[in-house]
Design a protein around this ligand. Structure first.
Ligand code: CU
Length: 154
């Protein structure tokens, strides 16, 4: 029986380490980052909108301060505000708060990461590396997976 004792925990650890890759999600302390995607109108678009979900499973509020990448000239945090019938994008200079226990969804018509000046074509499924900078959790490296408008309308 002694030999079996270390096997259980080792196998469990291997499964835990493998899981985030398969599910395309990331963890940093109490934060979980799910399914980052970048939507482009076509594979040769120079701009794209990044979407993801951030869940704060902890008891301490955090804040997404910025996103950086070498795949675009700029990557800004944008919110969307409605002015009459017009939706306008607004830069979120102070970042995006992630309160304790909250799930923040970046989604079409709402929060997004505006990638401007994409440096290479983004066919469906191509991934770009980016780094999320949080006030408390620090830096988290993620990959945004490309989706084109043709296959994912809106
Ligand atoms: Cu925008």
């Amino acid at each position: 029986m002694r030999i079996l004792v270390p096997c259980g925990p080792a196998l469990a650890l291997a499964l835990i380490l493998a899981a985030p890759l398969a599910a395309h999600d990331y963890r940093a302390g109490a934060l979980r980052i799910d399914h980052p995607v970048i939507r482009v109108a076509s594979p040769v678009s120079k701009t794209g909108a990044g979407y993801l979900t951030i869940t704060n499973t902890g008891k301490t509020p955090d804040r997404l301060l910025s996103v950086t990448t070498t795949a675009a000239a700029r990557s800004d945090l944008h919110g969307t505000v409605q002015r009459g019938n017009v939706m306008q994008m607004r830069a979120r200079a102070s970042g995006v708060p992630v309160p304790a226990g909250a799930r923040i969804s970046f989604a079409p018509g709402s929060l997004h990461v505006m990638f401007i000046g994409l440096t290479s074509p983004l066919p469906e499924g191509r991934r770009i590396k980016a780094r999320l900078h949080f006030e408390k959790a620090g830096s988290v490296d993620v990959e945004f997976k490309a989706q084109t408008a043709a296959t994912h309308p809106r």
